[in-house]
Design a protein around this ligand. Structure first.
Ligand code: NAI
Ligand code: CS2
Length: 480
């Protein structure tokens, strides 16, 4: 039996009102966004209770949370220590299937609501090359039924329409997903969508709604059986709702709000004028390395990120990728030590309590590759610097689409473009496969694909993986 340190909120729950709405109550927000909110209430007070929502699924779990008076447990674990923290900032739940399609837009229109936070995954923003994809099925369906929306963007805009009509004033919509300039991306999606319906509404949003960008960080794997057992052990009940995550957490928020907000700074969040340097550092060094390890690790038969860290070839490659191919593309504030950051990432990746599956991180590659691996490659091509490991990461994604590890295990493909990707992977091999995938301009910017060195580099890496095997290909790329 582990020695689990027990902690709980200390704020007065009876003061809380529905002031914050979180859309996308999945693994991450429980351990990060709401964890910060709970801590902000402890440190600084306020009446900022959160209503948590899921759009399309999860009604049963939300009802179970209602039955537990909205309390849940965050278990922060590494190989040295386990802390179980009870969270008390949630005051309600919404699921449109359970509560009706008006529940979310009506809450967004409520005068007391001052902040909407979102963790709806990269694909939830329905973007194509940084702009709203008006042809995405969820968006085109909502544009035809704007007052009964199902997509996140449709719900937000319908809520803002009602808010404007109610004269309830401005509000802040805060994206907390791993997208570059996520606030700008959310604003583009919301304003573009609104403009297709009503240009006066789009103008009102432009003037009254704030969209701060954020860099969010905490490794929170999907809950597995070991995690459930840990939560049961920490709480004494197998019914307790909870999540397991690493101890580390970080939040950098653009200081751009439309009105009141919880005192996130009191809980340790950094409020800054420009999030981009922090976000690029995290998206490239952490997430870029994660994706590299996910595709190549899964191909080599490694089940988790900590398994990859236990393999000297992968461990060395991750550190080399971070410092030789990702750090040189960054421009960070003077007090940020990238060497120390890389060391900390390797230690975080080595946390064997998390069981963070390579195949989980491998999901939605079409949404992740551009910011994680392709942007730094473009930077290297411009500067004439080496990018062999980044190339191997991209080629690893291509090889992963084949659906089998080197040990013959099935590799799951989960991606909004899955059908198209699987079709390409089943009809092509070798250079033809690479060529067919590079034609997907929703992933690969034409300027990059028009660069001969890029195409040659990806081809060479793909051949290295298929001819020499993943580990040998990595070892050779590290030596370049
Ligand atoms: P999850 O799978 O537990 O939850 C995903 C949430 O997004 C669910 O509430 C789901 O209903 C919603 N969702 C999925 N597709 C959607 C769509 N098309 N439209 C609207 N909502 C949709 O995943 P988790 O771990 O909570 O991660 C969610 C996002 O949070 C990630 O994609 C990432 O951008 C961000 N994040 C996650 C971290 C992690 O370690 N888990 C760390 C940092 C950021
Ligand atoms: C991961 C991230 O699933 C993924 O793609 O790279 O969710 C990662 O765990 C977080 O960004 C860590 O903050």
């Amino acid at each position: 039996m582990s020695n689990i340190i027990q902690e709980s909120w200390s704020h007065d729950r009876s003061h809380l009102k529905p002031r914050v709405l979180h859309i996308g109550f999945g693994a991450f927000s429980r351990a990060h966004t709401l964890r910060y909110l709970d801590d902000a209430l402890d440190k600084s007070g306020g009446d900022f209770g959160a209503v948590v929502a899921r759009l399309n699924s999860g009604a049963d779990e939300l009802s179970a949370l209602d039955a537990q008076d909205h309390e849940y447990l965050v278990v922060e674990a590494d190989d040295d220590e386990i802390r179980a923290r009870r969270i008390g900032c949630v005051v309600g739940t919404i699921n449109p299937g359970r509560d009706g399609v008006d529940a979310l837009p009506d809450l967004i229109a409520a005068k007391d609501l001052c902040l909407v936070t979102l963790t709806i995954t990269e694909k939830g923003y329905c973007l194509r090359n940084g702009k709203l994809d008006a042809e995405a099925p969820a968006i085109s369906a909502d544009l035809k039924n704007a007052q009964t929306p199902r997509s996140a963007i449709g719900v937000l805009v319908e809520g803002l329409r009602r808010r404007r009509e109610a004269g309830a004033g401005g509000i802040t919509l805060m994206a907390c997903d791993n997208l570059p300039e996520n606030g700008t991306a959310l604003r583009e999606a919301v304003v573009d969508y609104a403009r297709l319906l009503d240009s006066a509404l789009a103008d009102w949003i432009g003037e009254n709604v704030a969209f701060p960008s954020t860099m969010v960080d905490r490794i929170v794997p999907a809950l597995d059986e070991a995690g459930k057992a840990l939560i049961a052990e920490a709480s004494g009940s197998s019914a307790t709702i909870g999540i397991v995550c690493e101890p580390f957490l970080q939040w950098v928020i653009e200081d751009n709000f439309a009105g009141e907000r919880p005192d996130f700074a009191a809980a340790g969040a950094m409020l800054v004028d420009d999030v981009r340097p922090y976000e690029e550092m995290k998206l490239r060094m952490l997430n870029g390395s994660h994706s590299f390890l996910a595709y190549l690790g899964a191909l080599a038969g490694h089940e988790t990120i900590s398994d990859c860290m236990g393999d000297a070839v992968f461990r060395k490659a991750a550190r080399t990728l971070m410092m030789q191919e990702q750090a040189p593309t960054l421009s960070v504030p003077g007090d940020v030590d990238l060497d120390a950051y890389a060391d900390a990432l390797i230690a975080r990746f080595s946390n064997s309590r998390l069981g963070h599956r390579t195949q989980q991180i491998a999901t939605d590659g079409s949404q992740k590759l551009p910011q994680r691996l392709l942007a730094p490659i473009a930077n290297h091509l411009e500067r004439g610097e080496p990018w062999a490991l980044s190339a191997l990461g991209v080629a690893g994604w291509m090889a992963y689409l084949g659906g089998k590890s080197e040990k013959g295990e099935a590799l799951k493909l989960s991606d909004p473009l899955a059908e198209r990707l699987a079709e390409i992977a089943s009809c092509n091999e070798g250079d033809d496969l690479v060529e067919a995938l590079l034609k997907l301009d929703a992933i690969f910017p034409p300027a990059l694909v028009g660069n001969e060195a890029f195409v040659a580099g990806i081809n060479e890496s793909y051949r290295a993986i298929t001819e020499q095997g993943v580990r040998e290909a990595i070892a050779q790329a590290c030596a370049k």
